[in-house]
Design a protein. Structure first.
Length: 295
């Protein structure tokens, strides 16, 4: 286990330790944009693996195989932006495929603990050679404290240690002391998870009032990734970037355009967060519904 200065530092360390310039690493689309951007910065080629509702927005060995030879594969469960989770069997199948093809499996588990349809499976429970990254930012509510960890197989630990020493020295000492205290706060932290679950219901019901019903299964995290293409078609708005800008300017409602997460298909999608206060989410939904009725 390597303690890191946050999840972003963990990805830089992992990608440097595991991949060489010019190698090909699969990233799921839609997916967290920093995977792609970090790989590009390190001169590693990110290879898009498009997913959709037919696989519950999750990668499968068949989809991965279509991408051709890969030196690595990055997965997340629960995912940002969709919130969908890989089942244990699905994660094991991906692990077996990666082992058979010499592909390094990297699992982003930063949203573990924030789940509503069952407990998320750690990749190393079903794929022992996987590299797992996590952080205190989400479940432990320590966003900004820059503290995370990597669980890695023995063959890359020396490289991770050397890179850590030269790039980051160590994770902040104050954050490490705070994290020790966070381990004793399960009741409070689980209360946040219960609040997110209520907010999830409020948001899904509210979006339905606006006609936004085609959404990924939000098993965890605190996002809903939804198809807003019908609103674009009915309003003559160019894409979700313009739509989200209009909602922000006219309604004071902040959403994220799907193009951040999927360069090819994201222009017809938007991500909604339910991490805030329940009253704010309800009010945002009310404004969106009024806007939809007034088109």
């Amino acid at each position: 286990v390597i303690v890191t200065a946050g999840a972003s530092a963990g990805f830089v360390l992992t990608f440097l330790a595991c991949f060489d310039p010019g190698e090909r690493v699969g990233v799921v689309s839609p997916g967290y944009p920093c995977y792609r951007n970090t790989l590009l910065a390190l001169d590693v080629e990110p290879v898009s693996i498009p997913v959709g509702p037919d696989t519950r927005w999750a990668p499968t060995p068949e989809l991965v195989a279509r991408a051709g030879h890969l030196d690595g594969l990055v997965v997340a469960s629960p995912s940002n932006p969709t919130g969908t989770m890989l089942t244990s069997d699905a994660l094991a199948a991906l692990g077996a495929h990666c082992a058979a093809t010499g592909t390094r499996l990297v699992s982003d588990e930063i949203y573990h603990g924030l789940t509503f349809t069952g407990r998320a499976t750690c990749a190393r429970a079903v794929a022992p050679e996987a590299v797992v990254l996590n952080s205190f930012s989400k479940y432990f509510s320590m966003t900004g404290w820059r503290l995370g960890w990597i669980v890695a197989p023995a063959d890359i630990v020396p490289a991770l240690e050397r890179l850590q020493q030269n790039l980051y020295i160590c994770a902040p000492a104050l954050a490490q002391v705070a994290a020790q205290a966070a381990f004793d706060c399960a009741e409070e932290l689980d209360g946040h998870v219960a609040r997110y679950a209520r907010n999830r219901t409020v948001l899904l019901d509210g979006l339905a009032e606006s006609g936004i019903t085609r959404a990924a299964d939000s098993d965890g995290a605190f996002y809903v990734y939804a198809d807003v293409g019908h609103l674009l078609d009915a309003s003559g708005i160019l894409d979700s970037l313009a739509l989200c800008g209009q909602w922000l300017d006219e309604l004071g409602v902040a959403t994220t355009p799907g193009v951040d997460f999927d360069l090819e298909r994201g222009h017809r999608f938007a991500r909604f967060s339910y991490a805030g206060a329940e009253a704010d989410i309800a009010e945002a939904c009310r404004r969106l519904a009024a806007w939809a009725r007034g088109r």
